[in-house]
Design a binder for this molecule. Structure first.
Ligand code: ATP
Length: 235
């Protein structure tokens, strides 16, 4: 059995004096979609931030592709293929769609090729139509597509997706989740944080349920959908 692409062991992290992650362990195998679900404040975003390096770990280990990430700063993790799509999209509203996309490749040695851009536009045809429009003029769903497409231009091996469904209409959420499936078929591994537990568990191969900075439960998406405890608290 090959070792996981991403392995998190006994991770602790804090904001100033306040510890919010109290020993999170999880793994993500190459080619999987893994979801983190849980209530507001459970520590999902903080876990993602500790993986991407934006929130320093105070204890525990993180390994990506068998290499210890402990001393690797956030920008260098991007270059290794751990690319985050932040909660709330954070696209650049005054830059055009195309300029936003080009910035997604900032950590790479060369700007994106026409072929890289064509690949992103194939996943999100609406972005091609709107490529000269300012990012801020896009709808919420289009901005989420732009945020994902921008991350893909960074050539991720593991995409870290924070709340892609936040604030979007149900129809748009379905389309975003469908795109996540397609991204996986291109060989990109996905670690997904979601409030929308049902949709996330239907999409994910496996998932972890977080509660107050700890892993409460884990299993396949199906197992967790069928788990009465999960049904009561999260579905
Ligand atoms: P949400 O879906 O609301 O973002 P979450 O499960 O992602 O929830 P986190 O955002 O990781 O949870 O929050 C975990 C804990 O850390 C919460 O108690 C939260 O109040 C706290 N926290 C999050 N961000 C900060 C911050 N920048 N400074 C201080 N405390 C923070």
């Amino acid at each position: 059995m090959p070792s996981p692409l991403l392995q998190v062991d006994g991770l602790h992290a804090a904001y100033g004096p306040v510890e919010v992650l109290h020993g999170i362990s999880l793994e993500v195998n190459a080619g999987e979609i893994v979801a983190l679900i849980g209530a507001n404040g459970a520590g999902k975003t903080s876990t993602l931030a500790a993986v991407s390096g934006l929130l320093p770990a105070t204890r525990g280990t993180l390994a990506f592709d068998d290499a210890d990430l402990g001393a690797v700063p956030a920008h260098a993790r991007v270059r290794r293929g751990l690319v985050q799509v932040p909660e709330g999209r954070r696209i650049f509203p005054r830059l055009t769609v195309l300029e936003n996309l080009v910035l997604g490749a900032y950590a790479l040695p060369a700007p994106p090729s026409e072929a890289d851009l064509a690949k992103a536009f194939a996943l999100f045809p609406v972005l091609r139509e709107r490529r000269h429009q300012k990012g801020g003029t896009l709808s919420g769903g289009e901005q989420q597509m732009l945020a994902i497409a921008r991350a893909l231009l960074g050539r991720p091996r593991c995409l870290l997706l924070d709340e892609p469904s936040l604030g979007l209409a149900p129809r748009v959420v379905l389309s975003i989740f469908d795109t996540i499936r397609r991204i996986r078929t291109e060989g990109i591994t996905v670690l997904l944080v979601e409030q929308n537990a049902r949709a996330a568990l239907e999409l994910a191969d496996r998932a972890y349920v977080l509660e107050t900075g700890r892993v409460l439960l884990s299993g396949t998406g199906r197992e967790l959908l069928d788990n009465p405890q999960v049904q009561r608290a999260y579905l």
